[in-house]
Structures are given as C-alpha cells and as structure tokens.
Write a protein that binds this ligand. Structure first.
Ligand code: PRP
Length: 211
C-alpha cells in the first residue's frame, strides 16, 4: 500500500461541506467527525490523512509540501498568492468579494484619496490598481463593516455571503470584486511524484461534482 496522501482542510465554514464531499465518495470519515482535539486524522479506506487547519495555514502547509493537497477558499488563495496548483473548483463555500459602503453613498464621487478597510489588503490593492485608482488601505482583523460606520473608511472590500451583515448595518454593495468558492489545491512536487494517487482522487471528486 502506498503511503497516505495528506490533505489539509480548512476548519470552520468549509469543514462540513468538505467532509460531506468525502463521504459522498464513499469514504468513512468517522475519525474526522469525532476528532475531539486531535489534529491529524486518518481516512483509512481513502488512504488519506486529514489535517484540520486555518485557511492561511492550509496554503502554507501545501506550499511547503508537508501536505500534498488542501481545501481552501478562493478568498485566501487570492490574498496569499502562493505557489501551488489550483485544480478543482469544489462548488461549495460560495460567496463573493465586494466593495461596499454606506447605503446611498456615491463611492466614486469627489477627488480625495479614498480609504478602504479590509481583512484582505492584497485583494483590495489589486482591485484598485487594476482601475488605476490610488486608495489608502487600512487592515482590519474582523467585523470590517464597522469601519464605514465609524467613519474610518469610505468603503470596505470584504466577503459577502447572504448580504445580511451589510443590510443590518445600513450598508450596501457598490461593486462586485470577484466570486469565491472552495478550491482543491495541490503541491507542485506532490503532483509529479504522486500523480496517479492524486489524479485518481481528483477524478472521483470531479465525477461526484458532475453528478
Ligand atoms: C464574514 C464577512 C462578513 C460576513 C458576510 O465575516 O467578513 O462580515 O461574513 O456574511 P453575510 O453576507 O452572510 O452577512 P465572518 O463571519 O467570517 O466574521 P469576521 O468578520 O469576524 O471575520
């Protein structure tokens, strides 16, 4: 038997859907479901070893090759810009990056440099650079929606899923930035050295997604 492929999964929002996908392939994920505080978990019938980690760490582990594959949101991929292959759009974890701000504001009016609050400074910078627009970016760690309410920023670049956080705070989307969903990423060396094992798993996943 070949040694197990190690796959890093993003904890939290994407966790349930990822495990659901693996189970739909017929794999017994009991060890992952009943993990307790354990961090490395086997899926023996898939010859997989699962690591649960924060999104940014999933990318770090895959880039460094200590995990062969990972499941992570396109939001984190866009922000971190790492060196790995992004091979499958898994279709769940759907949301979008959007530019938003106070309802009724004309974001592009006036000539002063606008301030943008965001958890994703690289995504925000790239978005405004592509427009040739100079902005000041302020990094915020959570509840970015507070920034325009507190008059720290003219707008935010953030994740919008249902839109209820914006709505409940008198904010609205000014412009969509990019669609987001969960992606399967693969270490570049692993894909060469363990091509058969990885491709077999990807084929199974794609067949399931296309059902
Ligand atoms: C995300 C995002 C928005 C919210 C969008 O935050 O930053 O605040 O979800 O979802 P909605 O459109 O369905 O309202 P998260 O819950 O991850 O918390 P955080 O702000 O503390 O990061």
């Amino acid at each position: 038997m070949e040694k197990p492929l190690r796959i890093a999964l993003t904890k939290g929002r994407l966790e349930k859907d990822t495990i659901g996908l693996l189970e739909s392939l017929g794999f017994d994920c009991t060890a992952v479901r009943e993990k307790g505080r354990k961090l490395i978990l086997p899926i023996p019938d898939a010859n997989l070893e699962v690591v649960l980690a924060k999104a940014a760490d999933v990318i770090t582990y895959v880039e460094h090759g200590v995990c062969d594959m990972g499941v992570v949101g396109k939001d984190t991929i866009m922000e971190m810009n790492g060196k790995f292959y992004e091979l499958v759009d898994l279709g769940f974890g759907k949301c979008k990056f959007a530019l938003a701000g106070k309802k009724g504001d004309d974001f592009y009016a006036g000539i002063g440099v606008k301030t943008i609050a965001t958890k994703y400074p690289n995504v925000a910078r790239a978005f405004f650079e592509a427009k040739g627009m100079d902005v000041e970016i302020v990094k915020i760690e959570g509840s970015v929606e507070l920034a325009p309410l507190l008059e720290l920023a003219n707008g935010i670049v953030d994740i919008v899923e249902t839109g209820s956080t914006l709505r409940e705070n008198g904010l609205e989307v000014f412009e969509d930035v990019a669609p987001i969903s969960a992606r399967l990423i693969v270490n570049t060396v692993s894909l060469k050295l363990r091509q058969q094992q990885i491709e077999a798993l990807i084929e199974k996943i794609e067949a399931q997604l296309n059902k």
